[in-house]
Design a protein around this ligand. Structure first.
Ligand code: KMH
Ligand code: ZN
Length: 274
């Protein structure tokens, strides 16, 4: 069976140090955890950044510092978030896309529709999605199409028809966000059956579903996203002492299902990155 690309969603925009003291915040903390994630089996990190006091940010210079610190330590691929935090402007959200040359990310997320996001709304109207898609395309990056619900896969088809993205594409099924599609095996099965022919997919299941879904996904041939952005617990009531512990557990479960964790080089090929 083909290797599994494990992505570590390390920081996010919502988790706080009050919830877990193990959340990396500074560039050095992110890079140290990223290197351990790479050793544990991650091929890619999904990156948000924070200000020194822990507030969510999409600041270009903070991204630059984090990416440089990561690349100084290891060869893990870097996928920048363009989702940012609820309420950010489109320009704010695209801070990580302003990096070129040696600091250029390897990939960027593109959420293809609006959803309820817990008590908030993650606002992605169609013109905004096309704006972000154009910026990702201008940088020559392949987007990871983040779909929190089924209609977002249809929107990916529309985006392809209009020339904003190419098919086959790479999808991330984000399951279990409050107000959106549940982390339920039937939902996953429909999503994976519904993507355009030849597409690849990752699944990011929220909270307690995160690690069990790695096993499910391993058997179904997909790739997995784990990390503190989506889940802070290694097991019931036990905090993960860093993203690397979640990656190590994901790698263990992948191997038990016959899937080796992909190296960054293998991930490039499997996901057809430029
Ligand atoms: N923080 C969420 C509102 C992404 O990174 O592309 C959006 C998010 C999606 O995390
Ligand atoms: Zn994110």
């Amino acid at each position: 069976m083909q290797p599994m690309v494990i992505t570590a969603a390390m920081v996010g925009a919502e988790v706080t140090r009050e919830q877990t003291p193990y959340l990396p915040i500074t560039a050095e903390e992110i890079a140290e955890d990223a290197a351990k994630c790479r050793e544990a089996g991650a091929a890619m990190v999904h990156l948000h950044v924070r200000t020194a006091d822990g507030r969510p940010s999409q600041d270009r210079e903070l991204f630059r510092q984090a990416i440089r610190a990561i690349r100084a330590r290891c060869d893990v691929l870097v996928q920048v978030s363009t989702g940012g935090a609820v309420g950010m402007s489109v320009d704010e959200r695209c801070g990580g896309l302003e990096l070129t040359g040696l600091d250029r990310p390897d990939m960027a997320t593109l959420t293809t529709g609006t959803i309820n996001f817990g008590p908030d709304v993650f606002w992605n109207p169609r013109p905004l999605v096309r704006d972000i898609a154009s910026r990702i395309k201008a940088l020559g990056l392949k987007p990871e199409l983040e779909c929190f619900d089924v209609g977002m896969i249809d929107e990916a088809r529309a985006l392809a028809k209009e020339g904003y993205v190419e098919l086959p594409a790479h999808f991330d099924f984000v399951l279990g966000v409050g107000g959106a599609l549940a982390a339920d095996e039937r939902a996953l099965d429909f999503m994976r059956s519904y993507v355009p022919e030849g597409s690849t997919w990752t699944c990011a299941a929220m909270g307690r579903h995160q690690l069990p879904f790695v096993e499910l996904v391993a058997h179904k041939g997909g790739h997995s996203r784990v990390g503190l952005e989506d889940n802070i617990f290694l097991s019931k009531g036990v905090l993960a002492r860093g993203n690397y512990e979640l990656v190590a557990e994901a790698a263990r479960r992948a191997r038990a299902a016959g899937r080796e964790p992909a190296t960054p080089q293998q991930a490039r090929q499997l996901l057809a990155l430029t």
